[in-house]
Write a protein that binds this ligand. Structure first.
Ligand code: FAD
Length: 505
């Protein structure tokens, strides 16, 4: 909990919610203890919104009526049961470490929630390096789990975010790591349902015998119901640990605007052929510069990971280098460890499951540590559409990004994460100052419009664009089904509607 979470005495718009919430907060405080509860009740017995710190996206701060920080799953469970007993109270918003920077950080999508901060549930409950899984709690950070695996035959699929970010929080957001989309790492989930029942879905280790680490089980897959979801609160996850390759090298390929289409098509061909591994990353010059690399030549740079054995790695890298030269799409090809900038070094560590260099990139990008980012006064926004993985589609997305720059003066940087042979995550990010806040947010609105029109839909939304989920879902029947599931599982609205949920009518 931050020191800035002090109360403000403006009553919440719906005072009946405020009164019921005050009663629920009183009961929940008895569960977690007063030092782990922040809320303020005015003279009329109404819970009033806390004044909280800024978020780096400079998104509107919502009315949060309380923050509860349990120490154990048992406490979290009792908090959920308390809120379920007060049907008129506002819902709970779960966060793991709350570092959803660029998408709203800790902010909920809607006003009038109580935040359930699970950051202190930080135990690695079990780890099996031989079989490739770990059972972790929401407060376990990628730096913490990666450190447990250093020197072993397994590694974590890490993201480019700070080492202090949560593995579970990122996976539940469908975040993207260097080796795969993080949801692909989720084997099973331990979930608190809105009535306080604790269930395990998907694969979970059997204490008596070794079972194959197979996430799907029998019957409909239930784990995905709790991803980007307000149907339950996740208190632990079984996550996949990847085999660590004997040898790994990163080949860097530079190309100009003219090479964009052939370069992306070549990368796809190499993925199909099995010549490159992991998630190829393609930075434009603006992104390279923003992350502390050398983008001065104005070129794109592709970072391609090659895995092998000690005996095969040189041959595999040479094959890729030869292919790159033969394609004619690239102006520079390098497999060397020399002349690497901050981004090159960081990316190589991330491909190897080591997020420890990411914090240095944060300091270069923002001039502050990750811990200080939200309060730093810097602005940062992400826009995260998926594009089909063809050179023509990536070029078309790039063209839309350039059009936004021309029309608004706001230049997003882009990093293409090639998630499969068929789709790529076209990450657009922008750093800005408070003076530019409105102009940059308007450019983000324009990005939503232009990319949706082109069919390039985001797979994650920031807090200010939650309403887009209804515009983007191809079938209204699917939204209606989700609303039915929500009212069946959570008739009292114990869990607050999140960015992807269907607001109660
Ligand atoms: C420079 C920079 C680089 C970044 N690089 C990446 C990157 O490479 N890949 C990437 O994916 N992101 C990246 N990010 C974005 C972001 O920082 C990460 O996604 C981060 O992991 C999310 O924050 P968190 O882990 O603290 O999750 P949280 O903020 O705790 O959780 C995220 C969301 O998941 C849900 N949630 C969390 N915990 C629970 C729970 N226990 N039960 C139910 N729902 C829950 C909530 O909706 C919550 O808002 C980057 C950000 C910056 C600034």
């Amino acid at each position: 909990m931050t020191a800035t979470e002090t109360p403000v005495t403006t009553p919440t718009s719906t005072s009946t919610v405020g009164t019921a919430t005050a009663e629920a907060l009183r009961a929940a405080t008895a569960v977690v203890g007063p030092a782990r509860a922040r809320h303020h009740v005015d003279g009329t017995g109404t819970a009033v919104p806390l004044v909280r710190g800024a978020n780096v996206s400079m998104s509107r701060t919502r009315d949060v009526l309380g923050v509860l920080r349990p120490r154990t799953v048992a406490e979290a469970r009792r908090v959920v049961q308390v809120f379920d007993r007060f049907p008129g109270a506002c819902g709970l918003q779960a966060i793991s470490t709350g570092h959803n920077w660029g998408l709203g950080s800790r902010e909920p999508a809607h006003d009038d929630v109580v935040t359930l901060d699970l950051g202190d549930l930080a135990e690695v409950r079990a780890l099996d390096v031989d079989r490739g899984w770990a059972v972790i709690e929401p407060g376990v950070t990628q730096g913490q789990l990666a450190a447990c695996l250093a020197g072993t035959s397994r590694m974590l699929n890490v993201t480019n975010s700070a080492s202090t970010t949560s593995v579970i929080g990122n996976a539940l957001e469908r975040g993207v790591g260097f080796r795969a989309q993080r949801t692909d790492d989720v084997l099973g989930l331990e979930v608190l349902l809105p009535d306080g029942e604790l269930v395990r879905v998907g694969w979970w280790p059997d204490a008596e015998r070794h079972t194959p680490v197979y996430p799907h089980g029998l019957g409909p897959g239930l784990a995905d119901l709790f991803v980007q979801s307000d149907l339950g609160i996740v208190t632990a996850a079984a996550v996949r640990l990847l085999p660590r390759p004997q040898a790994q090298r990163v080949v860097r390929l530079r190309f100009t605007d003219a090479g964009l289409v052939p370069a992306m098509d070549a990368i796809r061909d190499w993925l199909v052929a099995g010549l490159v591994d992991a998630v190829p990353k393609v930075y434009d010059a603006a992104a390279t510069t923003r992350y502390g690399g050398d983008g001065s030549a104005g070129q794109f740079v592709a970072h391609l990971c090659v895995d092998g054995t000690e005996r095969t790695i040189d041959t595999l890298v040479q094959l890729l280098v030869d292919e790159a030269h033969a394609s004619g799409a690239f102006v520079a090809v390098s497999a060397s460890d020399e002349d690497r900038d901050l981004v090159d070094v960081d990316v190589a560590h991330d491909f190897a499951g080591d997020p420890s260099r990411n914090d240095a990139v944060f300091e270069k990008t923002f001039g502050t540590t990750p811990a200080g980012l939200d309060a730093s006064g810097h602005g940062w926004l992400f826009f995260l559409p998926l594009v089909p993985m063809t050179g023509a589609d990536v070029a078309s997305a790039h063209g839309l990004k350039e059009r936004i720059a021309a029309e608004t003066g706001v230049r997003f940087g882009s990093v293409v994460h090639v998630l499969s042979t068929d789709y790529a995550d076209f990450v657009m990010s922008v750093r800005f100052t408070a003076a530019d806040r409105d102009r940059v947010h308007a450019a983000l609105d324009l990005a939503h419009e232009l990319f949706a029109e082109a069919g390039f839909r985001p797979y994650r939304l920031d807090v200010d664009h939650a309403a887009w989920v209804d515009r983007l879902d191809p079938d209204p029947g699917a939204r209606a089904l989700l609303a039915r599931l929500k009212s069946a599982l959570d008739p009292h609205g114990t869990i607050a509607t999140n960015r992807y949920g269907v607001p109660a009518r």
